[in-house]
Ligand binder design. Structure first.
Ligand code: J2J
Length: 546
C-alpha cells in the first residue's frame, strides 16, 4: 500500500513496485517540481493573470510566494492531511494557494466557481474541511454570504480566506507571509488533492490523487502534446477541472517550465485578444466551446497564428465539427478522452488525419490496461463495443471514503468501471460510442440525475421524477425532468420546478433545461423506470444520447 491516507484505497504493492521500476513514478512532488523549476529558470514567467491589470509570477516568485503562504497557513493551524475547499476562478491566487497547500501536504478539494450551497456544504461537511478559500464576488455572486452559511453547518470549518474584500471573514492577503520554518515537505506517495467526480449518485464522489501518479500523467501528456519551456498555455475552462489542470493543462505546463495564462472567461471576445497579446501556443476546451471558437474565428480581427494545438474533449466531439476546427483556427486539433479518475487518451501529433477526426485517442501509458466487456464482464470480441474498464499507473483504485460505492465502481481486481461504451480500433485508438452510467454530459459538465431528482422529489406536489439527457445539437445533451404530479395536487409550472432546483443552491448548469409533466414513465420488465426509454421518447429518431 502506497498512499499515506487510509481513506484512499492504494495500489497493491506489486503494482506500485512495477510502476516505480518502469520509471513512471519517479519520486517527485508538486513542491519538488516547482522548486526545481525555480532553481533552473527563476526569472521565466510561470503564470500570467491578465485581468484586471496584468500580473505575472516568475518561477522564483511562485515558489517563494506559495512557500510563504504555506507558512502562514501553518501558523493558522492548517497541517498535513487537512482538507481545504478551494473555490477560486481562473486567477493567479488559485495556483498560488494550490501550491501552498501542496507544500503543507494539506489537500485542496477542487470546487468549481459554479458550485453553490448544496455542493459546498457537502464538500465541507463530508471532508471535514478546516478551511474554505473563495473570491469575494464572482460572476455576480457573493461567495462570502455562502461562506457564512456554510460555517454554521460545518463545525470543522475554522477559516474562510477571501481573495479581495473579506467581509466578516479573513483576507487571504492578511495571512502572514513571514519566512518561518515549514514542516517536512510532502512525500511522493502522499495524496496531493481531492478531485471531483462527474458522479452518478446523489452526492459527488471525491477522487484521491497522489503526487507520483498525477505527475506521471503530466509527464506523459507533455510528451504527447509537445509541451516544453516555450509552451504558452491558455486556461479557458475553470482551472479546477481535471482537463485544464492536467491534459496537459496548467500543471503540465508548469512541470515543463512553460507559461500558464489564465483566461477569466472562455468566449472569443475575451480569449482571442489574449491569444494574440500573450502569443498563446496551446489550449484545451470542451466541444461546444470549440464550436464557438471555430464559428467566430473567421470574423474576428485577432491574430491567432501563435496557436499550434487545441485539445478538445470532455464530451463527444462530432466528426463534422472536428473537421472544421483546423481550417478555421489555423492550428492542429488533438482529441482527448479523459476522466478525473485517471485514464486519459489522446490522438497523437503523428496520427493520420482521419484518425484525429474520428477517434478519441489512445491511452497515455503502455501500462494503461484496457478491457472492453459485456454486461457480464466478459471481454467482447476485438473491435466490438462494450463497457470500458481500466487500471494503470495513474488511475485510482477507489474513491475517498466510499467503500460501498467502490465495491460497485471497481472490479475486485482493481479495474475502474468508467461507465463509457467504447470500441477499440486495431491501432489501439478508442471510439466513444455512448454511455452506460446514469449521468448527463451537458457540453462537458457532468450532472448526476439522482442529485437533481432528490431535490425535485422534495416538492409536496411531486409524486415521482426522472431527469434524463436529451440530444441537443449544440451542447450534445441537455437535461429534461419528467415529473409525475401527485393525484389531486395543484398545477405546477415548469418554471417553478426549475426555481425549486435553483433555490436549493446548486450549480446553475444542473438546473433542468426542460421540464415535462407526464402521467407515467415507460416501464421495463422489472418495473423500474427505464431511462433509456425516456431518452428515446424525448429524442425520436435519434440514438440515445452519449
Ligand atoms: C466522449 N466522452 C468524453 C470524449 C470525456 C481530459 C479530457 C476530459 C476529461 C473529463 C478529463 C470525452 N468523448 N472525448 O478529466 O483529463 C466523458 C466520459 C468520461 C467523462 C469524464 C481530462 N472525454 N468524456 O471530461 O472526469 O464519459 O473528465 O468518463 O469531467 O467524460 O469526465 P471528467
Amino acid at each position: 500500500s502506497t498512499a499515506a491516507d487510509a481513506d484512499a484505497p492504494a495500489w497493491p504493492a506489486e503494482f506500485a513496485e512495477r510502476y516505480r521500476a518502469a520509471g513512471y513514478w519517479r519520486g517527485e512532488t508538486f513542491t519538488s517540481v516547482l522548486e526545481a523549476g525555480a532553481a533552473a529558470h527563476p526569472d521565466r514567467t510561470a503564470v500570467v493573470d491578465p485581468a484586471p491589470g496584468r500580473r505575472t509570477w516568475s518561477y522564483r516568485e511562485l515558489a517563494e510566494r506559495s512557500a510563504r503562504l504555506a507558512a502562514g497557513f501553518a501558523e493558522r493551524g492548517i497541517s498535513k492531511g487537512d482538507r481545504v475547499v478551494l473555490q477560486l476562478p481562473n486567477t493567479g491566487e488559485f495556483i498560488e494557494v494550490a501550491f501552498a497547500l501542496f507544500r503543507l501536504g494539506a489537500l485542496p478539494v477542487y470546487a468549481l466557481p459554479a458550485h453553490r450551497d448544496t455542493e459546498i456544504e457537502y464538500f465541507c461537511s463530508f471532508t471535514g474541511a478546516v478551511a474554505y478559500v473563495i473570491p469575494d464576488r464572482h460572476a455576480g455572486f457573493d461567495h462570502r454570504v455562502l461562506a457564512s452559511k456554510v460555517r454554521a453547518s460545518a463545525p470543522a470549518l475554522r477559516h474562510v480566506f477571501v481573495v479581495g474584500d473579506p467581509g466578516e471573514h479573513t483576507a487571504l492577503a492578511d495571512v502572514p507571509r513571514d519566512p518561518v520554518s515549514l514542516p517536512a515537505p510532502p512525500a511522493p506517495g502522499d495524496l496531493a488533492f481531492l478531485q471531483l467526480s462527474g458522479g452518478t449518485t446523489g452526492v459527488p464522489k471525491l477522487i484521491p490523487r497522489t503526487h507520483d501518479d498525477y505527475i506521471y500523467s503530466l509527464r506523459g501528456s507533455n510528451e504527447i502534446c509537445g509541451v516544453d519551456g516555450d509552451t504558452r498555455f491558455l486556461v479557458v475552462l475553470p482551472a479546477a477541472h481535471n482537463f485544464p489542470m492536467s491534459s496537459p493543462g496548467w500543471l503540465g505546463t508548469l512541470y515543463a517550465g512553460g507559461t500558464v495564462v489564465l483566461c477569466p472567461r472562455p468566449d472569443p471576445a475575451t480569449a482571442f485578444p489574449l491569444v494574440e497579446s500573450e502569443r498563446i501556443t496551446m489550449t484545451g476546451m470542451v466541444p461546444p466551446l470549440a464550436l464557438i471558437w471555430t464559428d467566430a474565428a473567421p470574423d474576428m480581427e485577432e491574430d491567432l497564428s501563435s496557436l499550434e494545438l487545441v485539445l478538445v474533449g470532455g464530451a463527444k466531439y462530432s466528426e463534422a465539427a472536428a473537421r472544421r476546427l483546423e481550417p478555421s483556427l489555423g492550428c492542429r486539433l488533438m482529441q482527448v478522452f479523459g476522466m478525473a479518475e485517471g485514464l486519459v487518451n489522446y490522438t497523437r501529433l503523428d496520427d493520420d488525419h482521419e484518425t484525429v477526426m474520428t477517434t478519441q485517442g489512445r491511452p497515455i501509458s503502455p501500462d494503461d490496461e484496457i478491457r472492453i466487456v459485456d454486461d457480464a464482464d466478459e471481454d467482447v470480441p476485438e473491435g466490438g463495443y462494450g463497457h470500458l474498464l481500466t487500471r494503470g499507473p495513474y488511475t485510482i483504485r477507489g474513491y475517498w471514503r466510499a467503500p460501498e460505492h467502490n465495491a460497485r465502481s471497481f472490479t475486485p481486481d482493481g479495474f475502474y468501471r468508467t461507465g463509457d461504451i467504447v470500441r477499440r480500433l486495431p491501432s489501439g485508438h478508442l471510439v466513444v460510442e455512448g454511455r452506460a452510467k446514469d449521468q448527463i454530459n451537458r457540453g462537458g459538465e457532468k450532472i448526476a440525475p439522482e442529485e437533481i431528482e432528490n431535490i425535485i422529489l422534495s416538492h409536496p406536489s411531486v409524486h415521482d421524477v426522472s431527469v434524463v439527457g436529451v440530444a441537443d445539437e449544440y451542447l450534445g445533451e441537455r437535461s429534461l425532468a419528467y415529473v409525475i404530479l401527485r393525484e389531486g395536487a395543484g398545477p405546477l409550472k415548469p418554471a417553478a420546478v426549475k426555481r425549486l432546483v435553483r433555490e436549493r443552491g446548486v450549480a446553475a448548469y444542473k438546473v433542468p433545461d426542460l421540464v415535462e409533466f407526464v402521467e407515467a414513465f415507460p416501464q421495463t420488465g422489472i418495473g423500474k423506470v427505464s431511462k433509456k426509454g425516456l431518452r428515446s421518447d424525448a429524442a425520436p429518431g435519434r440514438t440515445a444520447p452519449r
